[in-house]
Ligand binder design. Structure first.
Ligand code: THU
Length: 128
């Protein structure tokens, strides 16, 4: 857990948050124990910004990882930052009901299941 959190905090340092100034880092642990990190990458068009969580998920998938245990999300601020709606949907698609560990720079943390953040999700089960 400590290594996962350290990786998310380290990844936060690579954030390209030139417009919001809000830096976020994520670390996703796969079922082999490997860590895949991400940071938010903003864009001058704003709408093309990609969140830290999605960068981590897509990096992991592109490296061949397919099953995941947990993700840590690190951001500043007093209130722990949860994944946005788009990231919750992407996390559900590829990681299902994983543990989500929220951390801030004060060392505060909270662990919850994705299903608590995304109740009644839409997924491929509706397409069968
Ligand atoms: N952001 C993330 O990277 N992850 C979150 O969980 C919330 C928001 C980013 C997107 C944008 O670059 C900045 O934070 C402000 O919304």
């Amino acid at each position: 857990m400590e290594e996962l959190i350290r990786a998310a905090l380290r990844a936060r340092g690579n954030a390209h948050a030139a417009y919001s100034g809000f830096q976020v880092g994520a670390a996703l642990e796969d079922d082999a124990g490997r860590l895949h990190t991400g940071c938010n990458i903003e864009n001058s068009t704003y709408g093309l910004t990609v969140c830290a969580e999605r960068v981590a998920v897509f990096k992991a998938l592109s490296e061949g990882a397919r099953a995941f245990r947990r993700i840590a999300v690190a951001a500043g601020g007093d209130i722990l930052t949860p994944p946005c709606g788009a990231c919750r949907q992407i996390l559900w698609e590829f990681c299902r009901d994983i543990e989500v560990v929220l951390v801030n720079l004060k060392g505060e943390r909270e662990t919850l299941r994705l299903s608590a953040l995304l109740p009644r999700p839409f997924d491929d089960s509706f397409l069968r």
